[in-house]
Design a protein around this ligand. Structure first.
Ligand code: SAM
Length: 120
């Protein structure tokens, strides 16, 4: 079986104190839609371009901690890709941070990375 570590990519991470505007800039510069939020080396949230759009629409400013999703759905390097795909489908999300047993972020897997598997 194919496992997550064979398709995951490097994740750019930010801190909860990062400004929303800075997160938006990072997404533009790196061409990414999802950024795991890390505090003291551990995963504490995730912010997506969707969250940024919502913050702009509501004219909310400040740190990403005020708009990030705290209840993060994540995966592990040795989890089968089918399980990861199901987590995304069932939760209507398109990326999962990949963490170790201590919740340190090792990478990220996105629905784009999974569709490449099928296209190959
Ligand atoms: N389907 C779109 C997508 O894939 O991003 C938008 C809907 S999704 C419900 C949007 C929300 O999901 C955002 O508030 C985002 O923070 C959250 N989200 C994205 N990935 C997540 C994950 N791995 N765990 C928990 N929430 C996540």
């Amino acid at each position: 079986v194919k496992v997550v570590k064979s398709v995951m990519v490097e994740a750019y991470t930010i801190s909860p104190e990062t400004a929303i505007e800075e997160a938006a800039r990072i997404m533009m510069d790196k061409g990414i839609n999802h950024i795991p939020v890390v505090e003291e080396g551990r995963l504490v949230g995730i912010i997506t371009s969707w969250d940024i759009a919502k913050a702009v629409a509501r004219n909310r400013k400040g740190a990403v901690k005020s708009i990030m999703t705290r209840n993060v759905i994540y995966t592990h390097p040795d989890e089968p890709v089918e399980v990861a795909a199901r987590k995304m489908e069932q939760n209507n999300i398109s990326a999962l941070p990949v963490v170790d047993s201590r919740k340190r972020v090792l990478g990220i897997v996105t629905s784009e990375d999974l569709s490449k598997l099928i296209a190959r």
